[in-house]
Design a protein around this ligand. Sequence first.
Ligand code: ZN
Length: 293
Amino acid sequence: MRIANLENRAVLVHGDSDVERAIDIATASNGRFGPAPASIYESWDEFKAWASSYEVDGQAEYTIAIDRSRLGAPSPTPRQVFAIGLNYRSHAAESGFDAPTQLPPVFTKYVSSFSGPDTEVVLPPGGNVDWEIELVAVIGREARNIDAGSAWSHIAGLTVGQDLSERVSQLAGPAPQFGLGKSFAGFSPQGPWLVTPDEPADPDDLELSCAIDGEEVQKGRTRDLIFPVPDLVAALSRTVTLYPGDVLFTGTPAGVGIGRDPQRFLRVGERLDSWIDGIGELHQTFVDDSETK
Ligand code: ZN
């Protein structure tokens, strides 16, 4: 099952071709669920049961042709956003750190940086903006002190995320400024939709990549996560309560710009394509702030 955020209304997505179609969940459920995407996660188990039988019954008429420019982040108003640093050995190594043996660094990306899958992003003046393709998980059931074995049952689904990162502000101070350096407007594109964990052949082994103007710069597999998704959810839940709709960026594999020799950062006019097999793609182009004034 795939769920998208089409102009802040939750929709069910259908189609294997280039043109995905959708059905409005609030309309189809006679107001029982939606319209806001956040309300779907608040009643996730009931919603999923309804949507499964609705699709099986063959009642669904997917009348809305999806215009990707109208898509937003699948969970646009989470109560909490978690992001994980150094969660692949190859990326820890290129960053000059030993691979973590305890839970890796946890920080946030502020919700004001969220966007949908296809966007223009302003490069902050004087900044060095870097790319980080990441698998993003959205919580579907409140989780407090859970085991890794039950973690997938607390996850509504998975989506593609870019943890865009401005390295000058991130690294200027005596301690890393992760939250702000990664939260400029448009720095957390996500989408194009949420895919439920039962859809991929193995939700713990997904290939993720990104390319700049067609040149592949990152490629990894989520089986190489030091803390896989279930372990992250369980570990976080031992300190905090995770709420339906909460968003978790799970970390990036090797190939970011700051880890290269020479270092490389995104430039005006470049296009960044990011994808995860079985989930979907993001497309960002970069502009300077004079182009948006
Ligand atoms: Zn990251």
